[in-house]
Ligand binder design. Sequence first.
Ligand SMILES: O=P(O)(O)O[C@H]1O[C@H](CO)[C@@H](O)[C@H]1O
Ligand SMILES: Nc1nc2[nH]cnc2c(=O)[nH]1
Length: 273
Amino acid sequence: MDKMNDLYDETAAYLASRIVGNPKTAIILGSGLGSLADQIEEATVIPYKEIPNFMSSTATGHKGNLICGKLGGKLVLAMQGRFHYYEGYTMQQVTFPVRVMKLLGIENLLVSNAAGGINNTFKVGDLMIIRDHINMMPNPLIGPNNEQFGTRFPDMTRAYDREFIGYMEEIATLHNIPLKKGVYVGLTGPSYETPSEYACYGKVGGDAIGMSTVPEVIVARHAGIRVFGMSVITNEGYHFADDFVNDGTDVIKAADRAASVMTVLFKELVARI
Ligand SMILES: O=P(O)(O)O[C@H]1O[C@H](CO)[C@@H](O)[C@H]1O
Ligand SMILES: Nc1nc2[nH]cnc2c(=O)[nH]1
């Protein structure tokens, strides 16, 4: 435990020496959504490879830069690219940045991702507010509890902040942007789901399915950080026709198309919180 805390402290101290000011909100940008970071003004860009104890982003559509600057007039810390369990990292490595954010004084975390649609009313390009999640991945809090961050058995009944969801719904209405709202199912990947698996997670209440986000959210809530999450639906998992093949390239294209709309929404949410 002490060794891990030393690593968190080392990384936090390094970043505190590189970033300007004390951002209260952090953003984790998912596959194909990195262009939101280009809207950050007065940006300090720190490649992950320069950050002690940070992993490297090996997934397609994940640039691998930490960016600090102004979005919506507010100072933010954005991860342009995340770490995934399927890359072969441990859950501690996947969620390492979230605990460093806590040590830097981050109070709010906005997470975005590219996800498959399970709910058959969802179309490619839809944006879904995450109102809850179903965790099908190893829990990142397994092991001795790190008391400096939170309690042994953290409550998860309000994982996704209802006030932030309300703000986002108001913003979307103002901009006449239709939003879905639903449950995100987190699987390890990297294989996409079989038709039976999409159907199975639909039967248990899943609306969208991905391979990230849930570990970061659990660690953020453990540390008392407020969370907002949004998925861009990049493929329709409920097409059980044999001719539909998800080779991932459409995922990035669909996410890229949605990134500009997500930028408008996240910019205004940051300004409000
Ligand atoms: O969840 P993000 O990082 O957006 O990426 C999603 O898209 C990729 C699969 O197409 C996987 O990495 C999945 O997790
Ligand atoms: N697990 C999973 N992750 C995704 N990310 C983008 N699309 C998908 C999908 O269909 N399944």
